[in-house]
Unconditional design. Structure first.
Length: 309
């Protein structure tokens, strides 16, 4: 112990200098948008490579669990494909208009494959909502502001502001990207706000996370005169262009009326299990830039638009 104190006393000047340097750099990154973005972009690539290697090693020891999950998902998909009620099946081909606009769109779409993401059937090759498959290589759950890291980046067409979906529903929004990796602001983030609605009656609200339970969020701005039902499905409203309309977010778990509020306090159980999140899809809307430009010129902020952390 005496030698330790002697060492600290001898090099106290260098140690204090190093501590002040770290403190100054931390304050610079946190309080400067430019330096913060530069730090995220430069560190994202190196951290992503380390996380990718760690994920590959981790995946090797959980192949059995992953295969079991894939088998269960395939069984569910086959059950949707071969429903018992044959009268509800959709024909293999449907008559379409012969006009040039429709034919040109079908040609761009190619084979009309689609994916069921959060109760929403989304065409995999729709030019308005192109899907980019990705693998989650890092996922935080214990913080107030949680992030995910994906193994796709700018070379794959991923850009900041794109939405991220899983088979069960909404996951989050891309914050920053590097060449091969992307950092996503999770639904479990204190500054995330998602425009939502109750599927049963179309009542609009906003989804927020309180920073406590990773399985539940809060649905705000539901008027007290509205009738709520436990188990109601909550989906994206389509008010913003980040997510397609009708993608599942969760279900109503409980609701209470508070005396000093004009709105219900609604707890929603998330459809996505963030503790087991492995594969996701990055989705964007082509018309979003045009819409944002128009609303910016009008001095408007879209209802329920996610807060930018």
């Amino acid at each position: 112990m005496r030698n330790l104190f002697a060492f600290l006393f001898r090099y106290r000047g260098i140690l204090v200098f190093g501590l002040l340097e770290v403190l100054s750099l931390t304050l610079l990154v946190r309080n400067s948008n430019y330096h913060g973005a530069a730090f995220f972009n430069s560190s994202n690539a190196y951290v992503g490579q380390v996380l990718d290697l760690r994920t590959r090693i981790y995946d090797y020891f959980r192949l059995v669990q992953v295969n079991q999950g894939l088998v269960a998902e395939n069984a569910a998909l086959r059950q949707q494909l071969y429903r018992a009620d044959a009268s509800n099946r959709v024909a293999d081909s449907l008559p379409v208009s012969r006009d040039s606009l429709t034919q040109a769109r079908l040609q761009r779409l190619g084979r009309p494959d689609s994916l069921l993401l959060g109760l929403k059937q989304i065409p995999a090759r729709d030019p308005d909502y192109p899907l980019i498959p990705a693998r989650v290589i890092n996922n935080s759950l214990r913080n107030v502001d949680n992030y995910l890291t994906l193994n796709v980046g700018t070379v794959d067409g991923v850009r900041a502001g794109m939405g991220v979906l899983a088979a069960a529903g909404v996951v989050g929004r891309v914050k920053v990207t590097s060449e091969h990796y992307a950092t996503v602001t999770s639904v479990l983030h204190s500054k995330t706000a998602i425009s939502a609605k109750i599927l049963r009656d179309g009542t609009f609200g906003v989804i927020k996370w309180l920073g406590e339970d990773p399985t539940h969020v809060l649905l705000d701005y539901i008027p007290r005169q509205n009738k709520l039902v436990r188990g109601d499905t909550i989906v994206t409203s389509g008010y913003n262009a980040i997510f397609p309309e009708g993608v599942r977010i969760g279900t109503v778990d409980s609701f209470v009326k508070e005396a000093d509020k004009n709105f219900w306090t609604v707890r929603v159980r998330l459809a996505v299990d963030f503790t087991k999140l492995t594969y996701v899809y990055v989705v964007t809307s082509r018309p979003k830039m045009e819409r944002d430009t128009l609303e910016f010129k009008a001095g408007l902020k879209p209802e329920g638009e996610e807060a930018r952390p």
